[in-house]
Structures are given as C-alpha cells and as structure tokens.
Design a protein around this ligand. Structure first.
Ligand code: MOS
Length: 752
C-alpha cells in the first residue's frame, strides 16, 4: 500500500466533472516540503552501502582487481566480482523477447563499454565503499575501441524502434525526383545524448529468506518485477517494488537496469539490506542513451510546391551485444504527403552501452532532420516555410493511407501562427534585427507523436461510508500522472475527487503498464475508467434488482452515477446513495476491476497521432554567433485534455527539450578510449533557467473518438518534435547559415 498521503488540491468549479479541470498537482506539497521519499531516501536498519567500480576502458577484459587492498580497508564488508557473485537463475545475456535487454551483472571479466560495472564494493559507510572501489585499481587487457558512425561496417538492422521494419517504400522515389522541378539532398547529424534524469538510478534492496523488498524508481513496476523474478528464480509474488516517485525517467527507467539488479545481488550476497546509487558519471554507460544519427534526406517538389519524393535514410549506432535501433527515418511516415516515400535505416556496432528508448525515440532525431529539410526545400521553391507545410501536410497517413486527424493539425498551424505573429515574418534570411542589433530569426516545425495504448489493470472499490478507492500500480514521475489519473478515477466512480483514495506506487497493486510512449494517461486511465464502470454496474445491479430501492426495475444501463448517488436516467428525482445501497445489501464494500488495451479494429482502420505546430524566435549575435531562443509558441492537438495545467507543463518540458536538442545536448566520446569526456551536468549542457525562453502552449480542442473511449492521446513526447526543427530553422532565418550538425553551437555557426 502507498505510504503517501496526497494533499487535497482545492476543487475548482467542476460542473460535475473532474476531468478537464486544471487541478493543482496532488503530490505538490509532499514534493516541495521534502516529505516525498525517493528510493535513495530509504535507510532500513542494518543497511550497507554498495558502490560500483566501473570500467575505464571501452573494450577488452579486466586482468586484475586488487580485492585484497579493498578488503583491508576498515568498513569494507565484501567485494562482489565475477569470481564470487551470487548465482542467477537466468543468464543476463539471455534474450527471449526484443524488450528483454541484456544486462551487465558481472557475468565475466569482459568489458564491452566504458563505465560498465566491473565490481561492487559493499561497506558500512558510503565513504568506505567509495574509497574501497578506488582501491581496486583495475588493470586491463585493452582492445582498441570502436566509436562513431564510421568505425565499423554497417548493416541493415532486423527491425528498428518497437519492431518496425528497417525499410519501407511506397511509390517510386527516383521517378518522383526526376519529375520534380526543385530538389534538395542534405545530410544532418544528431548527437549522442544521455537521459540524465535528476534522480540517478538508485535502489535499496532487502532480502528476507526468498522474499525481496525494494525501493527503486521504475516506469513499469510489473515489468521490473517480472524481470527480477526471472533473474533470481523466484515467483513475482515474492517481490515487492515500491516506486511511488521518480525524479525523471525519460525511458531510462522503463526497464530495470543492470546497476539496479547489482544492488539486489549485493544484498543477497551479504544478507543485509543494501543501498546502491549511481553517481552522475556512472549514468553515462550502463543505463541507456540516445544514439547518434546521420540522416540523409532527398526531397523534391513540383512547380506547385507539392512534394513528389521523400527519401529519408538514417545511419545510427548500437552496442556490440544487443539490439536497439533508433527509428529516426520513421517520422517521414507520418507528416507530409508525397506520392513516393522511402525510409531506411542502417547501423554500426560500437563499443558503447546499448542505446535505449529516450524521450521521443526516433521522432526527436528524425524530426529535426525532416523539418530542416522541408525548410530547405521550401526556400528552394521560393515559398514561405509555413505556406509550404500547409501545402504539403498529409490529409491521410502517408504510408498506410489510413485517415487521421489532419484537421487538428491544420488548426494547430493556424492557431500557432496567429499567436506567434508569423505573418509579419520577412521571407529572406538575415533581414530582421532587434533594438540591440542582434539578428532575429523565426522558424517553424511540425510536431507529431503516435497515440499509443498498452495494457493496464485497475481495481475500484466503493465503501459503505460513501467513499471510493482506486488502485493501480502507477508511479508519479513528475508528469502529473497521479493528479490526472485521480481525476479519471473520481469521474469513473461518480464521486468528488476528495472522496476517492487514489492508491498507487507499489507492485502489489494491479499492473498499470509502463509509463512510456506518451501512453500512460490513456493506458492507465482507461483501466481506471473501466474499473469504475465495473463497480458502478455492480452496485447498480444491487439497487435495480431490489424492490425496496427507488431505482428498482431501471436496469443498470438505466442509471447514472453522480455525486455519490445513482439516479434513474429517465427520472432524476429518483435516486439513492451508494452508502444506502450497500447498507441495505449488508455489504461493507463492493469491488470492480478494469483492464485497458488498444482496440485492434480501430487501429487497423485509423492512423492515430497527436499533432502540433511550433514557432520559435531566436536572437543571434552577428559577430560572436551566440544564440538565444527568445520565445517558443506551440499549438498542440492531443485529444481530450484531462488536466490542462499538467498538460501545459508536459508540453513546456518537451519544448525545452527541443531547445536543448537543437542547441545544447551533446555527449562526446573520446574516439581513442571510447570514454565519455563530459559525463557531468557541468559539461553535458542542458538548458538552465537562463536558456529557457518564454513558452506558450496552446491546447487545440480535438475530439478523437477512435483512440479510446475517453479520447485521450499523449503529450509527454510530442513537445520535443517540431520544436527542435523550429529552433534550427530560426537560426538559419536569423543568419542565413544552415548548420546541419546538431546541436548548433557557435563554432559550427561561425565555422572555419
Ligand atoms: Mo519514454 S522514451 O516513452 O519513457
């Protein structure tokens, strides 16, 4: 059960509905007062500290560790190495499905990437464990590292992203290019990025016989529980994961990571609770990253400025020992209409950790390249880049021909452009200056993200005192899930939000699925909605079959649940409270269950996406090349908005990430050693407050009845797409210099 008492956000005027209201964050007060406990805040009695020793080479083997020196240090309890680590029930290199990622759990002395765990030192204090790890003084047999997009031969991956084909072709691209009057071919490069959540991966693990209790951040509790059950050969029911709050995940906490499992192994080895927390630099390796890409686009248009061909090729990297391939070209399936579209991917294997889903995986990388290329072609055609997009956005999903909500996209362009003041833009670059003489540039980018849904479960309870409970194993990652989900819970139960106990955050609750793919509100929300409907149907059954009830004979389809009562649909003067119905039936409470999943019939008929249009203004120092984003306006259509306050926050977060993608984030690997050279937040640049412009997110009203019964799409990732390209295009418009290597830094802008 959750140990967190959520604050009661003041209820605004609700007009009978909790959904749609801008309730304040229900976890807000516990967060800002420090009462919210994150994994590393736990300290069970007898707990020891574990610290990872990680590899300083990228490829080879560990030849020697000075375990004796470490063990001689006062306070050190144990040193876990491949020689003595506890046995596992499953080989960490086993892969029985595409989403079972291989883990480094000290299975051998081999080194496959820099910062790979090579030993774990367990001690009475953090200081002793840290010093003990340094005393290991590893020696290596080193092989040359293979780093970068050109380091080894490339191949066509078997699949990209979530099982998508690596190559997709529709129509004849070469014929489309030949028939065009204008065409461009350009190559864009995006940088290696690391997730860098504020909260590092952390775990406090305690064994009691063969039961395991852990505090650790997880974007998908049931999935983490199942993975641990497999590795340790115990039933999932023997594992309790507490993960109420995450200090960000961004995809790197979607699957349980190697270091988290090492914490569990350490606890097993010493027979005491163990805490293991990654240091910032240790997150640059074993917990995923966004791989670099090189994308070549050939696109062409006819005399009317209509696209005739779109060819999008991506080269990316994966690790030498596992498969994840960034699906950057796939964005070209979803945005612009062209008679011929071809997308493909190739990859090289390099000596890094395995890349992973990272915030708009594929869409973010692909979007900045596609939006830049579209901009370049618009100028080749002599057209305003917004007019060119309006001329070419797809009315149906370009690849499948399925209908999708393109009307909503058109509305996003219109509302965003109006609010931004786009019509005052000068077409040619380098024409606008501010009062300080800085060059001003305006850019636009189209945003999109698929509206996905996974499977989730929830349990609803109505109690004799008239209150309700909704249970699902969801966590609060900062996105506002517990507020939005509680709003859905309250409406599904026909109760005020203050009367519903929303219980989440532990793995003994019904599986809430994974909070990823921007699908959590739809997925967990629909399970909650269905659980509420189930319990209401059960209580309605009690009343409508009881001749002492004013609802007798109505049938459960003939009642409406509202404000803690059931009303007859055909006569709202006849009603009865839940409390009275349960009391007369002699029940203390009544339970219902709900499950959600995507609807395959709707999915095969309709293409499902959220849409948006983003407009950015940058100011560039004409002499120094220093860039600042001054403002960003995004208009987004994402189906039904459960909580506009939380949704705006999510969109701002995405837009800031888009700015970061275009101008800041760049992990540098030393090509000789394969080591990350800037594994800290001082040198791995992310936007700080001074870098964040004025942001506006317009919520464009959209009713999409096909995605799910509540019409919910996602907003977590779409803000990055569109924004990154809009900023890049604005830099070009300010300066007349097209930088095709991201992030756009001033050395690249003023160039050699
Ligand atoms: Mo994510 S990359 O959907 O957490």
């Amino acid at each position: 059960m959750s140990e967190i008492a959520l604050t009661q956000a003041p209820a605004h005027v609700r007009h009978g509905s909790n959904m749609g209201q801008p309730l304040t964050r229900r976890d807000g007060v516990v967060k800002v007062t420090g009462a919210a406990r994150y994994a590393a805040d736990h300290h069970p009695p007898g707990m020891l500290y574990a610290v990872l020793a990680v590899s300083s080479i990228a490829r080879g083997r560990v030849a020697f560790l000075d375990v004796q020196a470490t063990k001689a240090l006062p306070g050190v309890v144990e040193v876990m190495t491949p020689a003595n680590r506890p046995a596992l029930a499953q080989d960490p290199d086993e892969k029985t499905n595409p989403f079972m990622f291989r883990l480094d759990l000290l299975q051998s002395d081999r080194v496959r990437y820099a910062n790979q765990p090579i030993a774990v030192v367990i001690a009475e204090t953090l200081e002793a464990a840290t010093e003990g790890a340094a005393l290991l003084s590893p020696r290596y047999d080193t092989d040359p590292a293979r780093i970068g997009l050109d380091s080894t031969g490339s191949f066509v991956p078997p699949a990209v992203g979530v099982g998508n084909p690596a190559e997709v072709h529709r129509g004849d691209v070469e014929a489309g290019l030949a028939a065009a009057s204008k065409q461009i071919e350009a190559t864009y490069e995006t940088a290696l990025q690391y997730h860098n959540a504020m909260e590092p991966h952390a775990i406090v693990a305690a064994w009691d016989g063969d039961t395991l209790s852990i505090d650790t951040p997880s974007q998908g509790l049931a999935m983490a529980q199942a993975r641990l059950a497999g590795l340790f050969g115990i039933s999932p029911s023997k594992i309790l994961i507490r993960s109420p709050f995450l200090g960000g995940g961004f995809g790197s906490k979607g699957f349980i990571s190697g270091p988290q499992v090492l914490g569990v192994m350490a606890a097993r080895m010493v027979g005491r609770p163990v805490k293991l927390v990654l240091r910032r630099e240790q997150m640059f390796g074993p917990v995923g990253h966004r791989p670099p890409t090189r994308q070549t686009l050939r696109i062409a248009a006819d005399d009317d400025g209509k696209l005739t061909a779109l060819d999008h090729r991506t080269k990316t990297t994966s690790s030498t020992f596992d498969d994840f391939f960034e699906p950057a070209s796939d964005i070209s399936h979803a945005l612009y209409a062209s008679g011929a579209i071809s997308t493909s991917h190739e990859a090289v294997r390099v000596d890094t950790g395995t890349p992973l889903f990272m915030r708009a995986p594929g869409e973010a990388t692909g979007s900045i390249a596609l939006e830049s290329a579209i901009d370049e072609l618009a100028y080749a055609c002599g057209m305003d880049p917004l007019a060119f997009r309006l001329n070419n956005y797809a009315e149906v999903e370009p690849m499948s021909g399925k209908p999708f909500s393109s009307k909503a996209l058109r509305e996003c362009y219109a509302q965003g452009a109006e609010r931004f003041g786009w019509q005052r833009r000068r077409l040619a670059p380098r024409q606008m200056r501010d009062r300080d003489g800085l060059l001003v540039g305006w850019g636009v980018g189209t945003a999109t993200f698929p509206a996905l849904m996974f499977e989730a479960h929830a349990k609803a309870v109505l109690r004799q005192d008239g209150s309700g409970v909704m249970e699902t194993g969801a966590h609060e990652m900062g996105q506002g899930a517990w507020t939005a989900l509680a709003q859905i819970a309250a409406d599904s139960l026909g109760l005020d939000i203050d009367q519903v106990e929303f219980t989440a955050g532990t793995s003994d609750l019904p599986d809430a699925g994974v909070a990823g793919g921007s699908a959590h509100t739809a997925t967990a929300g629909m399970a909650i909605h269905n659980a509420g409907a189930d319990v209401i149907a059960r209580i309605a059954d009690l009343a409508t079959n009881d001749d002492r009830s004013p609802l007798f004979g109505a049938g459960n389809a003939g009642v409406i649940a509202w404000n803690g009562r059931l009303f007859r649909r055909d006569d709202e003067n006849r009603s009865e409270s839940y409390a009275d119905i349960l009391r007369r039936a002699g029940l203390l409470q009544i339970e219902g269950h709900g499950r959600s999943a995507a609807n395959p019939a709707a999915q095969s008929t309709y293409a499902m996406y959220a849409h948006g249009a983003v407009f950015a203004e940058v100011r560039v120092d004409p002499d120094l090349g220093q860039m600042r984003v001054a403002r960003v306006v995004g208009a987004f259509a994402a189906g039904r908005i459960i909580n506009p306050r939380m949704v705006r926050s999510q969109l701002y977060g995405g837009m800031i990430w888009g700015v970061s993608f275009a101008l800041h984030e760049h992990a540098v690997l030393d090509p000789r050693s394969g080591r990350p050279m800037n594994p800290n937040l001082g040198e791995y640049h992310i936007p700080v407050n001074a870098d964040v412009p004025s942001l506006e997110a317009i919520l464009v009203e959209e009713h999409d009845p096909h995605v799910n019964a509540l019409g919910i799409k996602g907003v977590g990732e779409i803000g990055i797409t569109g924004t990154a390209g809009a900023v890049a295009n604005a830099v070009w418009h300010a300066t007349g210099v097209r930088v095709r290597k991201f992030p756009i830094t001033l050395d690249r802008l003023i160039g050699p």
